[in-house]
Design a protein around this ligand. Sequence first.
Ligand code: DC
Length: 221
Amino acid sequence: MTKIAIDGPAGAGKSTISKKVAKELGYVYIDTGAMYRAVGLKAVRMGIDTKDEKGVTSILPDLDIDIRHEGVEQQIYLDGENVSDKIRTPEISMAASNVSAIGAVRTALVDMQRKLAKNHDVVMDGRDIATFVLPDAEVKIFLTASVEARAARRYRELIEKGESVSLEDVKAEMIQRDKNDSTRKVSPLKVADDATVIDNSDLSLEESVKNVVEFIRSKIS
Ligand code: DC
């Protein structure tokens, strides 16, 4: 089985690019951020403070997260409900970042992620895929862009979905999330020693996809 790890900060285009790359290569795409988002959503729904380690850990034994692939689209189910759209709000982004700093949450989700990668060729995106989840991945990419470019893209995405947000707030939230994700104690966001950094600040989506696919092909063929 071939494993492609794509890590990077919020808004670098990881999921959009990884999904298209997986489609081109005929691999299964796994969005691990969606799993942290589902845990964040569950905590918020239960009225649990997402920074409260004890409270969040208490929901793990009954956690029912299911990843299904319908075409190349990954759908995520929480307690039998398809929550793929509900996890994409700014509130749940921050909740996901908070719960992802809790060791017990990571242990539970990393276990699921490794199982998913066992039986398929995968493109898996996240923050710690190359450093921790799949350290033996054949290709490791750290996808990044300037905070301005990332905030502008995320802002456009949210506006297109009908969310009412300001660019300033989106940028501030992104800076906060970058800080949380890269300074937490467990598996912080960082470039793996053997990963290749691709900065796509000045590239269009099509150019980024082409770039990443070419890089992967040069490594696995
Ligand atoms: O990729 P994303 O924005 O959907 O991820 C949401 C949050 O989940 C992110 O702020 C940090 C966390 N995350 C993580 O800690 N490890 C991963 N492998 C994926 C996401």
